[in-house]
Design a binder for this molecule. Structure first.
Ligand SMILES: NC(=O)c1ccc[n+]([C@@H]2O[C@H](COP(=O)([O-])OP(=O)(O)OC[C@H]3O[C@@H](n4cnc5c(N)ncnc54)[C@H](OP(=O)(O)O)[C@@H]3O)[C@@H](O)[C@H]2O)c1
Length: 328
């Protein structure tokens, strides 16, 4: 089968199209014919080993000191089940599915085998394969931070970086949870963020939200431009700071903030829960959550897709179609 392989860290050109053996489904696995996958900010970071400040050594230990240990990126997928192991009970051959592999990827392929207990669910019927492939990365991140940050109905949330994959999911899911949402983005993305349900939008090129006197119950930073030190003035007493993107010192400093102030910093890597993936599918099917797709590229143009994501200004998600392309 075709796969996109990277044998060294570096620019998008390290991604090479190769032929590798097609996997088979073990007893507890589904074999999925992949129709679409995505280029997440996480894939681009792992490819280039471009990680937040202070995480360089830890990342090399996790991913491979001199070269990537696992050489196929891609965290999200959608596709059709083409084989099931003998112990699989929840899925059958022919089921359209979507979901997430573990954080190290493996979805830039034509066929992916995954245990049925992983974060895989039936594809919402009203979504294309491209849309279904884009449900999870931003969605599971937002749900995990909202859960750990105890976001409640009626609370005021500000999302900094509201137009990215995490931001566009966070705005929609926070509205679904009943929060009042303010989205911070650049001028070109104000209408997009409003269309996702944001109650208010702030253009970061014109206004600094930490200086307008507004206060929030929770602030989520997905852009890395609003650390706790800068936005604590905008948090109410008891407010929570959701540090989706921060350096090692911000992450380590969170314990100090939590011990010494009346505010709380929620940091760390978001956990992907199979039940959250199922919830995202249900919300999408009910029309309450729709992934934003910026651009779509075929697998053969993965280098161009990564180069675009490297620019750091994608709107929502960048999708890769695989094989016969996305058929509904
Ligand atoms: N902790 C975790 O578990 C976890 C999970 C997922 C992602 N992440 C990290 O979170 C970050 C965001 O992920 P993503 O997938 O959403 O990235 P993304 O899709 O690339 O989006 C980044 C967004 O940041 C916005 N932005 C850039 N400069 C900004 C500024 N000064 N103020 C406000 N917004 C600004 C960009 O919008 P404009 O074009 O309008 O500038 C862009 O839409 C990534 O660095 C990723 O590594 C962490």
């Amino acid at each position: 089968m075709k796969a996109i392989v990277y044998e060294k860290y570096g620019p998008p050109e390290v991604l090479k199209l190769k032929e590798i053996p097609t996997p088979t489904a073990k007893d507890n696995e589904l074999l999925i014919e992949v129709r679409a996958t995505t280029v997440t900010s996480g894939d681009a970071r792992m490819r280039a080993l471009n990680v937040p400040r202070g995480f360089g050594l830890l990342s090399r230990l996790a991913l491979g000191i001199f070269a990537p240990r696992r050489q196929i990126l891609g965290m999200e997928l959608s596709g059709v089940v083409v084989a099931v192991g003998k112990n699989v009970t929840r899925f059958q051959v022919g089921n359209p599915v979507f979901g997430m592999s573990d954080a190290y990827g493996g979805c830039y392929v034509e066929y992916r085998a995954l245990p049925e207990t992983e974060a895989i669910a039936k594809k919402p019927e009203n979504l294309t394969f491209e849309e279904a492939a884009s449900l999870c990365f931003g969605g599971t991140t937002a749900l995990d931070f909202f859960r750990r940050g105890k976001l409640r109905s009626g609370e005021r949330l500000l999302v900094n970086g509201a137009s990215g994959a995490v931001g566009t999911a966070a705005v929609q899911l926070a509205k679904h949870l009943g929060a009042h949402v303010t989205g911070v983005c650049s001028t070109a993305n104000l209408d997009l963020v409003r269309s996702l349900g944001a109650d208010a939008v702030i253009d970061y090129t014109k206004e600094d939200f930490t200086r307008n006197g507004e206060v929030y119950d929770a602030i989520m930073d997905t852009a890395g431009t609003a650390p706790f030190s800068r936005c604590q003035v905008s948090l109410k007493p008891g407010g929570r700071f959701l540090l989706v993107l921060g350096g090692l010192s911000d992450t380590l400093g969170s314990s100090w903030v939590n011990m010494t102030t009346d505010k709380k910093v929620v940091a760390g890597v978001a956990k992907v829960r199979p039940e959250d993936v199922r919830l995202l599918g249900e919300l999408a099917e009910a029309g309450k959550y729709k992934p934003v797709i910026d651009r779509t590229y075929p697998l053969e143009q993965i280098v161009e897709a990564h180069a675009y994501v490297d620019e750091g200004h994608k709107k929502g998600n960048v999708v890769i179609t695989v094989g016969h392309g996305a058929l509904v």
